[in-house]
Design a protein around this ligand. Structure first.
Ligand SMILES: [Zn+2]
Length: 380
């Protein structure tokens, strides 16, 4: 039996304060494949925690039956610091209240850190090259001396993920259909995961501009590959952000379904030695994230949506009316907010009062939008 619960105390930044991080491991430590799974890095996003809650007993049973062929590390709620950030009875789990930093931004560029030392360690064997990269990153992580609890948490999580072959970061959107964010070079490799989840979209970007957690490891290998073209270096980590619908969609029924999807994905990859489940219904392939429009309000007002999630729209169609809340026609005038591209509605805002610049909807199209190409792609 390898299934075990672990904890680590993070010393707080204020006197007498501490926070405990909990995680599980399962499967042989020396297994050839390592899977790192985490949920609620944005601590106010619970659907992933619910999914892991339902996945854990399945892994425990498979472990007891000796069926695990990979090392699984699972952080069901990876950000206890963010869990405790409550302000005026509201949970603020997305940002570090002290610094304003989004918990899923500004993860380090690991290649920049090891770039000088790497070439001397590379040879002609791709497996050995991957091991050399992981060793250098591991050494750097071990050499770090975190000062704040937030730094200690980031280092601990990165230490777990840095030598993983599969890294899945479970999030959710505001009000949304299921989708995946991943790197273009990891598709169609991760199409099996997309099918098992039953996503509406897989949105790809090499670098969305924010230093998201799921981009850290693919970027490490990709940059190492490009900087050392004479040595074989694969993209040795399949990493993705999994968006499990919207924040309010935390229910047993969804969690069970999502846990089964992950479990079947692992069986499909021969990481769990159980009979192959029935094939999943294929879902659409990836589209560039630069082809997804993040539609924003250009003034404050009250949103009156004219579309449902999943609905197809054409450029120029009205997605919502914005009811004026000031000016000569306050609470009478309605200004249409129009789609800027053809596509379907992936997400909407839960809060219907919006200010200028607020995100109103994401529209998944398949044509790269000039306004998005090469720019910052994330909503915040
Ligand atoms: Zn998130």
């Amino acid at each position: 039996m390898s299934f075990a619960l672990h904890s680590k105390v993070l010393t707080g930044d204020s006197p007498g304060q501490e926070t405990t991080l909990f995680w599980y491991t399962a499967g042989p430590e020396a297994a050839p494949t390592k899977v790192h799974l985490q949920a609620a890095l944005h601590a106010d996003e619970q659907p992933g925690t619910m999914a892991i809650h339902h996945l854990l007993p399945k892994l425990r049973d498979a472990d007891a039956a000796g069926k695990l062929r990979a090392r699984f590390v699972l952080f069901p709620s990876v950000n206890p610091l963010g869990l405790s950030t409550r302000v005026l009875r509201r949970h603020i789990g997305r940002y570090d209240l002290e610094t304003g930093v989004n918990y899923n931004r500004r993860w380090p560029d690991l290649h920049a850190i090891i770039a000088a030392d790497l070439p001397a360690r590379l040879g002609t064997d791709s497996k050995a090259n991957v091991a050399a990269i992981r060793a250098l990153v591991g050494d750097w992580l071990d050499s770090q001396r975190p000062v704040t609890a937030a730094q200690a948490l980031r280092l601990h999580v990165l230490k777990s993920a840095h030598d993983a072959d599969i890294v899945l970061d479970l999030h959710c959107d505001d009000e949304s259909l299921m989708h995946i964010f991943t790197s273009p070079d990891l598709m169609p490799g991760l199409q099996d995961l997309a099918d098992r989840m039953g996503v509406a979209a897989t949105l790809t970007a090499e670098d969305s501009g924010g230093g998201s957690f799921d981009e850290v490891l693919p970027n490490l290998y990709r940059k190492a590959q490009r900087a050392n073209p004479d040595h074989p270096i694969p993209i040795a980590c399949e990493a993705a952000t999994l968006e499990y619908r919207g924040q309010a969609d935390t229910f047993d029924a969804f969690g069970k379904q999502d846990a089964q999807g992950l479990f079947d994905f692992f069986i499909g990859r021969s990481l769990i030695d159980l009979p192959m489940p029935a094939p999943a219904k294929p879902v659409p392939g990836p589209t560039p994230f630069e082809a997804t429009e993040v539609l924003r309000a250009d003034r404050p007002g009250l949103l009156a949506y004219r579309v449902e999630l999943g609905q197809s729209v054409k450029a120029g169609d009205v997605v919502a009316d914005l009811i004026a809340m000031d000016g000569p026609e306050a609470f009478l005038a309605r200004t249409p907010i129009r789609a800027g591209t053809d596509g379907f509605i992936l997400s909407r805002a839960t809060a219907k009062f919006v200010v200028a610049g607020s995100s109103v909807a994401k529209i998944v199209g398949d044509k790269v939008l000039p306004s998005r190409a090469g720019g910052y792609l994330l909503e915040d």
